[in-house]
Design a protein around this ligand. Structure first.
Ligand code: 3Y8
Ligand code: NAP
Length: 248
């Protein structure tokens, strides 16, 4: 058995720790989106595979027998490629996915269908926006320069930002309530923008927004392929156990 663990999330790191304890042969895979990703307790590779064809070749070249897709709910490209490559090669695939966040009493959420719809929910009058969606989609907000944007990024931007009024904070989650409450208050934020990432690592800003009575504009998740989905590390381990019993 050789498990390819597609990582980059809290759940992927939990999965890596469990697999390292079992001694099963596994490789942890990062996309290489950040400069210094957290080191995992498994052999790790960093960088894209080169699309579906590259992943198909990787599966053959490294005798991968199982793929665990523990990427982020918004890493739709990777999940789609993993599904297509595993279907083509007959490689068992499971997705480890955390539940979406659900609004609770006191929340002022405005959900939109996708990341591209986020700017449509902004007010026309100048506002102070906490943009906590990473750096890949900042350009969506370039047509709305009237707002001041608080950007939280993992690494310093390599190129000039497409927004005239920004404050950049460099930080890698998981984030804590008291820190996010102070951040939103100190920067006089009026709106929080985020994706429905789920999980615990990015939740602090939602709890802080509720405490401060701030509106949250949130993008719903893309639909992902495949129907073998686990919501916990234990469920993935049980699936791997069944697979081992099948002798694959
Ligand atoms: C490279 C690995 C772990 C994983 C930790 C989780 C929690 C902390 C919260 C905010 C929201 C955001 C962002 C975020 C969080 C965890 C998790 C998570 C959100 C690292 C990591 C990699 C990435 C990639 C990065 C994206 C960006 C998204 C920042 C490591 C730290 C906004 C997602 O600069 C960039 O280009 C950043 C790109 C993809 C989303 C985007 O589109 O920009 N994650 N994040 C992974 C790889 O190379 O394969 O550097 O160590 C991992 C984590 N980030 O092991 O404990 O599980 O979600 N990551 C979002 O939620 O919208 C921050 O600031 O409130
Ligand atoms: P994406 O848009 O779905 O994928 C784009 C391309 O990046 C993929 O086609 C693949 O390149 C490469 N890739 C993505 N994840 C990979 C992995 N784990 N190992 C190897 N290659 C990978 O991905 P993304 O949204 O940019 O996410 C990139 C990484 O950040 C993932 O590990 C994800 O779990 C993590 N992350 C993302 C978010 C988010 O909000 N999107 C949040 C937290 C963590 P090739 O086509 O060349 O194979």
């Amino acid at each position: 058995m050789h498990i390819l663990l597609l990582g980059g999330t809290t759940e992927a790191s939990q999965m890596a720790r469990r697999l390292a304890q079992t001694g099963l042969k596994a490789t942890f895979s990062y996309a290489g989106r950040t400069q210094s990703p957290v080191t995992q307790p498994l052999p790790q590779r960093i960088g894209g595979f080169g699309g579906v064809a590259g992943l198909v070749d990787h599966i053959a070249a490294h005798a991968v027998t199982h793929v665990v897709d523990a990427t982020h709910p918004f890493a739709a490209g990777m999940s789609q490629n993993a599904y297509t490559a595993c279907t083509q090669t007959g490689t068992p695939l499971i997705r480890l996915e955390r539940s979406p966040w659900q609004p609770q009493a006191g929340d002022r959420w405005h959900s939109v269908p996708s990341i591209a719809d986020l700017p449509t929910a902004l007010p026309d009058d100048p506002a102070r926006i906490s943009l906590a969606i990473g750096k890949q989609q900042i350009g969506l907000f370039a047509p709305y320069p009237q707002h001041h944007y608080l950007l939280r990024l993992v690494d310093a931007p390599e190129a000039p930002l497409p927004l005239p009024k920004t404050t950049v904070v460099l930080a890698r989650g998981p984030f804590r309530l008291k820190d996010d409450t102070a951040l939103l208050r100190d920067h006089r934020i009026t709106h929080v923008i985020c994706k429905n990432a789920g999980g615990s690592g990015a939740q602090a800003k939602l709890d802080a927004a509720r405490a401060l009575g701030l509106p949250v504009i949130m993008a719903d998740r893309p639909k992902l392929p495949g129907d073998t989905v686990a919501s916990s590390v234990d469920q993935v381990m049980a699936w791997l156990g069944h697979e081992a019993e099948r002798g694959v």
